[in-house]
Ligand binder design. Structure first.
Ligand code: MGP
Ligand code: SAH
Length: 248
C-alpha cells in the first residue's frame, strides 16, 4: 500500500511530461503544415501580399514559384508598358506576370515547361478572373519560339535559384536553361519588342550588347524595379517597348 502511494505521483509526473512533449511535437508539426511553408520559402511567404495582393483568395504556389514570381507591383509596371496587344510570356511560372498582362492586354500566351506550374498559374489566373484571356501551353520555349507570333515577348527565365545574388556581376551566361544571348535570339524570332526581367546584379554591359544582335541595333531602356525601397530586379525594354508604352 505504502509503496503504491509513493509510486503514484512519480508515474503521474512522468505521464504529464510525456503528454506535454507530445503536445509540443504536434504544435511544431501543425505550424509547418498549416502554412505549407519550408524554411527556404518562409521569407517569400512573409512578402506574400507584395507578390499577390489577392493571396488569401486561394493563390497556390510551389517552392520555385515562391522565389521566382515577379512582385505584383512590378508585374503591373511590365503590363503597363506592353501596349495592350498579344503578349507571349515565355516562362510563365505561377503566373505573376501572366495575370497582369491578361488584365491589360488583348491576349496572353503563357508557356512553362513544368506542367505543375501551368496548373498553378491556371488556378491563380482564375482567382484574378482573367483565365479566359490566356492560352496556357506546357512546353519548351526554345522549341516553340519559331512557331509563335505576338506583339511582345516577355522573358523572365530562371536565374539559377536564390543564390544568384551571391555573384558580384551576374553574367547572362548564367541564365537557365540557356544563356541570355540564345534566349534573346529565340525571342527575336517572334518580335523585336522584348521585355526582359533580370537579376539586380546583372552585368549591364552585357544587357546592352543584346541590342547589338540586331541590325540596326534595337532601342534599349533599362529600369530598376523597387518594392518598398528594396531593389528587386532590373527590366530591360527593347525595340518598341523602350522609352514608353509600345505603340501598336
Ligand atoms: P530575392 O533576391 O531572392 O528576394 O528575389 P529578396 O526578398 O529581394 O531578397 P533579399 O535577400 O535581397 O532580401 C527578388 C525577386 O527576384 C523575387 O521576388 C523574384 O521576383 C525575382 N527572382 C528571384 N529569382 C531567384 C528568380 C528567378 O530565378 N527567375 C525569375 N524570373 N525571377 C527571380
Ligand atoms: N514570371 C514568372 C516567374 C518565372 S520563373 C512569375 O511571375 O510567376 C521561370 C519559369 O521558367 C519556371 O516556372 C520554369 O519552370 C520555367 N522554365 C524553365 N525552363 C523552361 C523552358 N525551356 N521553357 C519554358 N519554361 C521554362
Amino acid at each position: 500500500m505504502e509503496s503504491e502511494l509513493s509510486n503514484k505521483p512519480t508515474r503521474r509526473r512522468s505521464k504529464k511530461r510525456k503528454l506535454s512533449k507530445r503536445r509540443l511535437k504536434i504544435k511544431g508539426r501543425k505550424r509547418t503544415t498549416e502554412k505549407g511553408i519550408s524554411p527556404l520559402v518562409e521569407k517569400y511567404w512573409l512578402q506574400r501580399y507584395n507578390l499577390f495582393s489577392s493571396y488569401d483568395d486561394g493563390i497556390k504556389m510551389d517552392e520555385e514559384g515562391w522565389f521566382s514570381v515577379t512582385p505584383e507591383e512590378i508585374a503591373i509596371r511590365h503590363a503597363e508598358r506592353s501596349g495592350g496587344g498579344c503578349v507571349i510570356d515565355c516562362f510563365s511560372g505561377v503566373g505573376g506576370n501572366t495575370i497582369q498582362f491578361a488584365k491589360m492586354c488583348h491576349h496572353v500566351v503563357a508557356i512553362d515547361i513544368d506542367p505543375h506550374k501551368v496548373e498553378l498559374a491556371f488556378n491563380n489566373a482564375k482567382i484574378y478572373g482573367v483565365a479566359d484571356y490566356i492560352d496556357f501551353i506546357i512546353g519548351d520555349f526554345f522549341q516553340l519560339a519559331s512557331s509563335l507570333k505576338g506583339d511582345i515577348a516577355f522573358l523572365a527565365p530562371p536565374w539559377g535559384g536564390p543564390a544568384y545574388k551571391t555573384i558580384p556581376n551576374f553574367s547572362l551566361d548564367l541564365l537557365k536553361p540557356k544563356d541570355g544571348y540564345s534566349l534573346f535570339q529565340a525571342a527575336q524570332a517572334i518580335t523585336p519588342n522584348i521585355i526582359m526581367f533580370l537579376p539586380r546584379n546583372v552585368d549591364l554591359r552585357q544587357v546592352e550588347e543584346l541590342s547589338w544582335l540586331s541590325s540596326p541595333p534595337l532601342n534599349i531602356e533599362i529600369e530598376e524595379n523597387y518594392v518598398q525601397n528594396h531593389l528587386k530586379g532590373i527590366t530591360a525594354y527593347f525595340g518598341g517597348t523602350a522609352f514608353g508604352k509600345l505603340d501598336l
